[in-house]
Design a protein around this ligand. Structure first.
Ligand SMILES: *[C@@H]1O[C@H](CO)[C@@H](O)[C@H](O)[C@H]1NC(C)=O
Ligand SMILES: *[C@@H]1O[C@H](CO)[C@@H](O)[C@H](O)[C@H]1NC(C)=O
Ligand SMILES: *[C@@H]1O[C@H](CO)[C@@H](O)[C@H](O)[C@H]1NC(C)=O
Ligand SMILES: *[C@@H]1O[C@H](CO)[C@@H](O)[C@H](O)[C@H]1NC(C)=O
Ligand SMILES: *[C@@H]1O[C@H](CO)[C@@H](O)[C@H](O)[C@H]1NC(C)=O
Ligand SMILES: *[C@@H]1O[C@H](CO)[C@@H](O)[C@H](O)[C@H]1NC(C)=O
Ligand SMILES: *[C@@H]1O[C@H](CO)[C@@H](O)[C@H](O)[C@H]1NC(C)=O
Ligand SMILES: *[C@@H]1O[C@H](CO)[C@@H](O)[C@H](O)[C@H]1NC(C)=O
Length: 562
């Protein structure tokens, strides 16, 4: 009798102890819903409780926190369970049962950074479902193009843009505008090279294509077509490499598994350079995106077509390519502290030949305001506008950055402005909201402002008035959101790996793998989602999951430009 009471109270004691432990554990490790500063504070104060794992975590630097090290966590709870269960046999069952129930809570967050390493103990393959196979293409499709860097572009020698694994030459830190390292003179069309070098370091590569969740095709399609965009080249020259590429792919055993639906490639120029509408030599670009094989592949590009289902937009590369977490945090904090003297700014050139363009209207409104709006005109002073120093200085000094469409919907400038903590102002949802679905928040009002371009053109909208009326509270909230987006829209230095942040590459791989998984399921079930929606409504289907009438429809009426 006494004995059983004693046992029971012991059980209760250990049970309570365990609950307290779980509570403490959640407090310390599951704090990622707090802002960074709070969680850091929590971890630091927890150190005084004394624990190996905290000690170890803390060794990684002061900025432990948002994502726990999976390694530490596992070690930690194995130990405590062992310690507790060795006390009493009766309690073992209870505690084991309890632990099983709590397991989902105790599991570390899906930390991509740590999944590849160190968890073999549990004999779980954390790369499972994440393996990527990279096709070993003949060098004419990639490396040989880099060797032609002097002649790739009609106007300029591209060679220095390919230094540092495609990041470009180092910028240093002129006027202390940047950081001591991590800044490069990156070309806006270098993504193919950066992405390829980055994927070479991906933690879940495989040489066994049957294990692969997705298959990467490292073809430098943008560098290929850039050679033939200007001057007179006939269509067979323009299309030659893309046609040879898909022929090569189709000849590989990997293609037949899903008809190429698990393949993806990166086209580092806008989609319109690969969608020549007619087969005359005067037609712009090549037909890469229209080839039958390309209908099955996932084509990643810096600007996708709202009216086609096979391309998906991912961020333009910016000038910042950090090689550790600390550089990201340092930069975010710098942008938080930044004094901003202009309400808004615009860097760009007018488009006098484009009837639809609102750029001259924007420039007029800006010029009329003097100091409230700053203008960096690219027309006469091309050099200045191309220099990262001038652009970044302007954006860092402004609260809002205007991002009107140019020759096409999107601009690299959008990502430069996010990088500078400058809230982007869009004039069409085509400039970002229906584009970067894997990288930007669904609720665009949290990080940006939309002023419909028709209103500007018809002089119904006064940009200054609209922006001036936004309360200071909203501005700070939006800016914080923009600053939080920085790690998600930049590409880390391919030669190193960040521990804590998922960058644009990581989010892209995740997006591709999810998509291929969906397609694989469809193939298995004999379905065809291509029939679910009219291709013309792709933008709506991909953004909202449905295709009914939408208030944005008038932004996506086809013009003779497309
Ligand atoms: C915690 O780390 C410090 C050095 O960082 C070390 O001196 C100390 O022994 C560690 N404590 C434990 C409990 O491991
Ligand atoms: C129990 O935990 C204590 C401190 O956490 C440790 O020193 C001890 O070795 C553990 N006992 C066992 C059996 O693991
Ligand atoms: C505790 O349980 C183990 C097996 O789980 C058993 O071998 C051992 O005899 C038990 N000890 C006591 C004191 O009941
Ligand atoms: C794949 O094979 C190549 C060449 O044999 C080798 O260098 C590379 O390390 C292998 N990669 C993996 C992930 O096994
Ligand atoms: C296209 O141009 C290439 C090189 O200028 C030439 O060799 C080829 O015959 C041309 N093809 C056609 C169909 O005109
Ligand atoms: C595209 O995939 C389907 C099946 O998934 C296949 O029947 C078709 O042949 C593929 N297209 C090409 C060009 O390989
Ligand atoms: C400011 O933010 C509040 C919510 O935080 C929102 O309801 C309001 O519409 C915003 N005002 C403007 C002008 O954006
Ligand atoms: C899926 O449907 C589209 C549109 O109807 C069609 O073009 C394509 O060939 C179909 N694919 C398969 C594998 O049935």
């Amino acid at each position: 009798m006494d004995n059983s009471i004693a046992t029971r109270s012991r059980i209760k004691f250990w049970f309570l102890f365990f609950l307290l432990f779980v509570f403490w554990y959640l407090l310390v490790y599951r704090v990622d819903w707090f802002p960074l500063s709070t969680s850091r504070h929590q971890v630091n104060s927890a150190v005084s409780l004394g624990s190996d794992s905290i000690n170890e975590t803390n060794l990684h630097g002061e900025d432990v926190s948002v994502i726990p090290h999976a390694n530490d966590v596992i070690k930690h709870d194995e130990k405590s369970v062992y310690n507790i269960s060795s006390a009493d046999n009766d309690t073992i069952e209870d505690l084991e049962g309890l632990q099983k129930e709590l397991e989902p809570l105790l599991q570390p967050q899906d930390d991509e950074r740590n999944l590849g390493k160190g968890l073999d103990r549990k004999e779980v393959d954390f790369c499972k479902g994440r393996y990527v196979y990279v096709h070993d293409l003949p060098s004419r499709f990639n490396d040989d193009l880099l060797k032609q860097c002097k002649s790739l572009n009609k106007w300029s020698d591209m060679c220095h843009y390919f230094e540092n694994d495609g990041l470009g030459s180092r910028l240093g830190n002129p006027q202390r505008l940047f950081l001591g390292s991590g800044w490069f003179e990156t070309h806006q069309f270098s993504l193919e090279v950066i992405f390829h070098n980055r994927i070479k370091q991906y933690e879940c590569l495989t040489n066994d294509s049957s294990k692969a969740a997705a298959i990467f095709v490292p073809y430098y399609s943008g560098l290929d077509i850039a050679r033939f965009l200007w001057d007179q080249y006939n269509v067979s020259v323009k299309d030659s490499d893309s046609r040879d590429l898909v022929k090569w792919l189709r000849g590989k055993p990997e293609w037949s598994v899903m008809g190429g639906k698990d393949h993806f490639l990166v086209a580092g120029r806008i989609t319109w350079d690969f969608r020549r509408a007619f087969d005359e030599d005067s037609g712009w670009g090549n037909k890469l995106m229209f080839l039958p094989e390309s209908q099955n592949m996932t084509m990643l590009t810096i600007e996708s077509s709202p009216w086609h289902r096979n391309d998906f937009a991912i961020p333009y590369p910016t000038y910042f390519h950090p090689s550790n977490d600390n550089e990201v945090i340092q930069w975010q904090n710098k942008m938080r502290r930044q004094k901003r003297h202009a309400l808004f700014c615009f860097a760009g050139a007018p488009r006098p030949n484009m009837e639809d363009s609102i750029r001259s209207e924007i420039m007029e409104q800006c010029n009329a305001l003097r100091r409230k709006c700053r203008l960096l005109e690219c027309k006469n002073d091309k050099n200045k506008c191309m220099k990262p120093v001038h652009v970044m200085k302007l954006f860092q000094n402004s609260i809002f950055c205007l991002q009107p469409s140019g020759d096409s919907f999107t601009r690299r400038s959008t990502f430069d402005s996010i990088l500078a903590g400058c809230i982007p102002v869009f004039f069409s949802p085509g400039s970002a909201y229906v584009q970067y679905l894997w990288h930007l928040p669904k609720d665009y009002t949290t990080y940006s402002v939309l002023i419909p371009e028709d209103d500007v053109k018809q002089k119904k909208s006064n940009i200054d008035k609209i922006l001036s009326q936004i309360p200071a509270k909203n501005i700070s909230a939006m800016r914080e959101e923009v600053i939080k987006l920085i790690p998600k829209v930049i590409y880390n230095d391919p030669r190193s790996r960040l521990k804590k942040f998922q960058d644009a590459f990581d989010l892209t791989i995740k997006g591709v793998i999810d998509r291929v998984e969906t397609l694989r399921k469809e193939v298995r079930e004999g379905r065809n989602s291509s029939t679910d929606f009219d291709e013309e409504s792709s933008w709506k289907y991909y953004t909202f999951g449905k295709t009914g009438v939408h208030e944005w429809d008038n932004f996506f009426r086809r013009t003779d430009r497309y």
